[in-house]
Design a protein around this ligand. Structure first.
Ligand code: G
Ligand code: G
Ligand code: NA
Ligand code: MN
Length: 255
């Protein structure tokens, strides 16, 4: 899907299928939490990844609606897993600029969690630094602070790839920093990448921010990250994103 109207149709026809990928505690190999990743079922039954729909998400209206659909399904899945006796701890939802521009993100999250009797603390929001540091919207820091006060965690996604200054971390505290997978991929062979990963880990530890390395595909990468002091990781080495049922089975196996 590259067309806004295709994603719009998928939303109307309820063909959005949340998939989940575990975030793993490197020291214990336990699942720490999950990230929800949108997938779209095409009319012919193929499953598209979020990368395929990314261009359509430039449209603020569908981006806003995708978040609403994801929040509704994610909270429903958390409640169903709770009822089945598996504990996902919390789930991260990816949000975009449009979600902050509209100003009702807190209300949407409150309504969706309340519908299932869940506290807001079951959710993390993943935002890129472009979204978080959107100069055009002075309300973003206020909204982020307010959500964190209410127990929502905020994760800075794809960290290291944007243009944000580290000093923003002083005025806009987050709970989690996610090291972009381009660094994970390069760090074994490329000294500068490894130095950057080390610096980000040290910074996060000093700021008391959790750090997650993305795109971990090999045991060697996991070992190196642990040696560098990284506590959490996500990637194909541990699990690929999977549908809610498969995720429930996986969590049942690992608890
Ligand atoms: O899952 P995949 O590798 O295809 O994800 C590609 C990109 O799409 C990632 O950057 C991810 O953060 C983003 N993404 C995944 N799910 C969602 C979603 O529900 N909403 C938004 N806005 N972005 C998402
Ligand atoms: O931007 P974001 O970090 O949210 O993107 C997450 C995307 O990365 C998901 O769409 C997921 O499918 C993909 N992904 C997850 N683990 C791995 C991995 O180990 N390797 C690669 N290449 N992609 C991954
Ligand atoms: Na993400
Ligand atoms: Mn990311």
């Amino acid at each position: 899907i590259t067309m806004v109207r295709d994603l719009d149709a998928a939303l109307t026809e309820r063909r959005i299928v949340p998939h989940y990928q575990p975030i793993v505690d490197l020291a214990t190999a336990q699942i720490s939490s999950l990230e929800a990743l949108a997938r779209v079922r095409t009319p012919k039954g193929r499953l598209l990844s979020a990368a395929d729909i990314a261009p359509a998400l430039a449209d603020p209206k569908v981006a806003y609606q995708l978040t609403s659909a994801m929040i509704a399904m994610v909270t429903s899945d958390i409640a169903a897993w709770d009822a089945a006796g598996v504990d996902c701890s919390r789930v991260a939802v990816n949000v975009s600029m449009a979600d902050f521009r509209k100003g009702d993100l807190e209300a949407r999250l409150s309504a969706a969690t309340a519908r299932h009797g869940l506290p807001l603390s079951r959710l993390t929001l993943e935002v890129t630094e472009t979204v978080l540091l959107d100069g055009a919207d002075a309300n973003v820091p206020r909204m982020v602070r307010r959500l964190r006060e209410r127990g929502v965690r905020v994760a800075l996604d794809d960290f290291g790839t944007g243009f944000a200054s580290l000093s923003h971390l002083r005025t806009l505290p987050v709970d989690v920093i996610k090291i972009d997978r381009s660094f994970t991929r390069a760090m074994e062979t490329d000294r500068p990448s490894r130095a950057i990963v080390q610096a980000l880990i040290d910074l996060a530890l000093k700021l008391n921010v959790k750090i997650v390395a993305e795109g971990v595909e090999t045991p060697e990468q996991a070992d190196m990250l642990q040696t560098l002091g990284c506590h959490f990781a996500q990637g194909y080495l541990f699990a690929r994103p999977a549908c809610a049922d498969d995720t429930r089975r996986m969590m049942a196996l690992f608890s």
